[in-house]
Every structure is written in structure tokens, then in C-alpha cells.
Write a protein that binds this ligand. Sequence first.
Ligand code: HEM
Length: 354
Amino acid sequence: MTPEMKNIKTGLAELFPFNWELLRHAGAEPVPFHLKKWWFCLGGTVLYLFIVQVITGIALTFYYVPSPDQAYASVAAITNEIRFGWFFRSLHKWSANFMIIALFLHLLRVFFTGAYRQPRQLNWLVGMMLLGVTLTFGFTGYSLVYEQLSFWGATVACNLADAVPLIGPTIGDLLRGGSEIGENTLTRFYILHIGVLPMVVFVLISLHILLIRLQGVTEVPLEGEELPESERHFRFWPEHATTEMLIGVLMMYVLTIIALIFPAGLGAPADPTTTPAHIKPEWFFYFNFRLLKLTSLQVSVVLTMVMGGVLFFWPFIEGWLMRKLRMPPAVSVIIGVIAFLGFLILTVWEGLAA
Ligand code: HEM
């Protein structure tokens, strides 16, 4: 190192007195061998896609106007007039969908490898909150476009909120900012989408990652892959971090190609006086929408709450069933497969319906 470089290094160390050894030590955390498989470390992909959402979302806020008479026109301007507006909007839309798919896959891998069990129950709860917040992101974002389908989708969602036992009407009014969807609703959805939810996600992801760091990632012995002790782990930095970055580059390629081939479109503007013949929410709510069509408003809401509650508290429910009824762990797998197939069937059914 030249004397000038040394001076710069000492100067920087004085300006920012941080112990870099500490960071190097933290980065060298050993991670288990099975994280070399993508499907085991999908949480990193979710995080990457969330960062894409934040960057493209900030760009969109420069031109989006959250008022009922200008929202649709501002989205149309982003799509058709503003330079690269269509590209940022398409990336935002596709990355949101990819994030939700990666999130579901991450949840499935955590569930089917039993990684939610002692001592990681708390991190499962944090993950569940992240799932709830991510779905709310999707719902509020779709509503901001203020086209016919998103307007009526929001109307159905607020009606569902109204049907929650006891506190439903209060939640509905809180969401809408009154008894009708309008100016207040859009402001509320906008504040949720660009302010409250990002802050909540930031706190929850930090907690999620802190817990992963403190507890380590679950060791999953894979059949036929018995390795000597020295090869069962590799370093987070630079090995795992490089893999995650390569996955990021690959995702950006795929997102760009899809955005070019299928750019985000725009339907008819919202018309509160005319209900469209076919209302459709985003695909990740097809399950609830089909349930609503098969039962009634109240029954579908209660069913969703019960199923959501069981999923949320599953590590504790399973623990209780294992202790009291001596339920073998394989039963959890069967319950998981049935629940997932049920979700898949209702989603595809609604997707194929006109
Ligand atoms: C924004 C959403 C989320 C992000 C960014 C995220 C990120 C991560 C990351 C980076 C890991 C390390 C290992 C891996 O990549 O699989 C992880 C592990 C974990 N995640 Fe998530 N996650 C999210 C949502 C969820 C959800 C919805 C659940 C389930 C309800 C969940 C439960 C867990 C658990 C229990 C672990 C520990 C797994 C183990 O020890 O093997 N996470 N998460």
C-alpha cells in the first residue's frame, strides 16, 4: 500500500471509527451445505425482489397522482408518455408477482422441511406477518391503478372486511375512510402502499434476518449426500452472497424479458356507477374469491380467518397435537399437502373461470 493510500485509510477510519473485523467475522458465518440448492434459499430471492419493488416503486411515485380524478390518467401517462415509464411500471408489476410466487415457495420449503419447529416458532410468526403485509402490498398497489377491475376488486375486498365478525364494519370504514370508496380510500391505500407497509416490512425483515443469524439455518440431512464434517458448511461471504447476487442478475434478465414481451397494460377507467360483468381480483386472491362464490360473504370470511389462524399458529398447534395426541410428524406433511392442493385447486378453478 502506498503512503497516500495509507493516509486515506487512516483518515477514513478516523471519520468513521468502525471495527471492520467485526463485519468480516459476521460475514464469515458458516451456512449449511444444502443452501447451495436454490429452493432452500428462496428467502434471499424474496428479499432481492422486494428491493426491486422499492427502487421501481420510488420511480413511479414521481409521476403517480393519488386522487380519484387523476390516478388513472397519471398511470396512463406513465405507461404511454413518460420516458421508460412503461418499463418501470412493468418491472414493478412483474417483480411483485414473482415476489409473491417466491414467497409462497419459501413458505412451502420452510413448512415441508419442518424448519418452523423449536426453536424457530417465533421466526415462523414473523414470516407469517411478512406474508400478510406482502399480500396487502399487492392489494393496495392494484387498487391504486383505479381501473374498472381494480376499483371493483377493492369494493369486494372492503365488503369482505365488513363481514369480519364484530369488528368488520370498523375495519371496512377505516379502509375506505367512510362508507363509500373514493378520495379518502385512495389516499389511505397510497399512504399504506408507499409509507406504512414498507416501514413495517423493513422492521419485520430485519427481525427475520436477525433471528436467522442468531439461530442459524436448520440443518437438513439429505439422503445420499452424507459429507465429511469439513464439507458440510461453506461461508456466507463471499460464497453464498455471490450465489445470491448471481440469482439477482438472472432474475433481472427474466424480469426485463417478460416486461418487454408482456408490458403492464391498462383496462377501462373506474366507473363507480357500473359494475363490470366479471370482477376479478389479483391471482393470489383467487382462492378467497372462489371460496366466496362457493359459500357466502360471511362463511368465506370466517373460513379464511380460521384457516389463516391455523397456518399462523401452526408450530404451536402442531406442538400441542404432538404432545397431547402423540401425532407423528408425517401427519403434518399430509395436512400440508392437502392444504396446498386445496389452495391450488381453488386458485386454478377461479383462474379458468370466465
Ligand atoms: C418478505 C418476506 C420474507 C423474506 C425476505 C424472507 C427471508 C428469509 C431468508 C433470507 C431466510 C434464510 C434461508 C432461506 O433463504 O430460506 C429465511 C428463513 C426462514 N424463513 Fe423467511 N422470509 C420471508 C418470509 C417468510 C415466510 C412467509 C415464512 C413462513 C411463514 C418464513 C419463515 C422462515 C423460517 C422459519 C426460516 C428459517 C428456516 C430455516 O432455519 O431453515 N419466511 N427467510
